[in-house]
Design a protein around this ligand. Structure first.
Ligand code: C2O
Ligand code: CU
Length: 431
């Protein structure tokens, strides 16, 4: 974070524009917007991209098992496409230009219809020139509600993102510069959480859904004013709620926390120059706190791994200090940059595959698989958390186990979107 430019904190929280309970067909307009990213009063609005007049886009809420029918209208001057991140949907609805659909041209529309199988915290974002379109604001939350939600006072979504802004509060258009792409990506000089406008009561029990919608930034998060547990990662409930002190959230990752309010809730991130406040919700009044434990969420019906039938290695390569790539293809997987005609893996439907994610580079990468969730394998070999994006630190290796049960062509890429733009992407095919 370049503290010289924006020393302020994000306490003047603007609101998520609206919550849309998707019934029947829902219109989603990708368009130019003016959004109050910086605190009101001190700075004017930022000209950017968004959905339905705002940034982030509307919070789309559906019930688990309820069909979502979205008509995307492209009102931008450039193409786009919308990906429903973390949803195990049919391949044709995945929103990836070239692989699963055509680019939605300016002035055209595209229909997305699917029934989310899993309850949890998901999001949607552009998957066309995403390193630029997501960084400009083409993203929003997609919440799939449990049939029997836990007993809570508030269900709160926090979208976390960062922006690179000039002195006038306008976005700089230095996307995918060689330097950013070859390093940790394009970091903003201002970061914040978008939170709803509400006051909390001390003693209330809340669910806080945090979504990292930043293009490249990993957020090392701390929460104050709350006492609770992590109940889900990437939309998938943990069998047991887990204690935490900090939460590291890679781009695209989500975390759900259920907690009791003890004071002003503050979301902050650790930086070299101290804690940086991303947003807060103040308290007014109090209620009798619950005596019950933080509940576990009901699990989603994800296939259990069977016998491993293929073992593959995905080696991340390149970048600054990586010493092998130059030109447009700064990053690679297994010596190949960009989408090749042959997939990285081809699987029969239902195969259990172990993939070793090897980070041979000097930077962390958040590796995302479309259309599936996978288990991270813990050091001792046991099944860890179910995720759709795995953060692999520089020099580290992470094994994952996935049941490839969803037929189609699925992207597998780094969700540091500048790295993806620099070639760090491939695909798999499930027959
Ligand atoms: Cu969040 Cu390939 O996407
Ligand atoms: Cu990366």
């Amino acid at each position: 974070m370049n503290r010289r430019d924006f020393l302020l904190t994000a306490s003047a929280a603007a609101l998520l524009p609206n919550v849309s309970r998707a019934m029947g067909q829902f219109d989603l307009f990708a368009e130019a917007v003016e959004a109050q990213i910086l605190p009101t009063g001190e700075y004017s609005a930022t000209r950017s991209f968004g959905f339905n007049g705002g940034l982030p886009g509307p919070e789309i809420r559906v019930q688990q098992g309820q069909r979502l029918d979205v008509l995307l209208h492209n009102k931008l001057d450039e193409g786009t496409a919308v990906h429903w991140h973390g949803i195990r949907l049919q391949n044709a609805m995945d929103g990836v230009p070239i692989l699963t659909q055509d680019i939605v041209n300016p002035g055209s529309t595209h229909t997305y219809q699917f029934t989310p199988p899993d309850a949890g915290t998901f999001w949607y974002h552009s998957h066309y020139l995403s390193h630029e379109q997501v960084a400009r604001g083409l993203m929003g939350p997609l919440i799939v509600e449990e049939a029997n939600p836990p007993d809570l006072d508030h269900d709160i979504t926090a979208i976390l993102a960062d922006w690179r802004l000039d002195e006038a509060g306008q976005l700089t258009d230095d996307f995918a510069t060689m330097h950013d792409v070859a390093h940790a990506g394009r970091m903003g000089n201002f970061a914040r959480a978008f939170l709803p406008d509400l006051l909390l009561k001390k003693g209330a029990r809340i669910r806080l859904r945090m979504i990292n919608a930043a293009a490249d930034r990993v957020f090392p998060l701390t929460l104050t004013g709350l006492k609770g547990r992590i109940v889900a990662f990437d939309g998938m409930p943990l069998a047991q709620p887990r204690e935490f002190e900090t939460i590291e959230l890679a781009p695209a990752q989500r975390v759900d926390v259920i907690a009791d309010v003890e004071g002003t809730m503050e979301i902050s991130m650790a930086t070299r120059s101290g804690n940086y406040s991303l947003g807060q919700l103040a308290t007014e009044g109090d209620v009798e706190p619950r005596s019950s434990e933080i509940p576990a969420l009901p699990s989603n019906d994800v296939p259990r791994p069977g016998e491993v039938t293929q073992e593959l290695t995905l080696a991340m390569q390149g970048g600054a200090m990586g010493g092998r790539h130059g030109g447009d293809n700064i990053w690679a997987f297994n010596d190949l940059s960009d989408l090749q005609s042959a997939p990285f893996g081809r699987f029969q439907r239902g195969e259990t595959v172990r993939i070793r994610l090897v980070n041979d580079t000097s930077f962390p990468h958040g590796i995302h698989l479309h259309g599936h969730h996978f288990y991270e394998i813990q050091r001792g070999g046991s099944l860890g958390d179910l995720r759709d994006t795995s953060l692999v630190q520089a020099g580290e290796t992470q094994d994952i186990l996935c049941v490839f049960d969803n037929p189609g062509k699925w992207m597998l890429h780094c969700h540091m979107l500048s790295h993806q733009a620099g070639g760090m992407k491939t695909w798999v095919e499930v027959l």
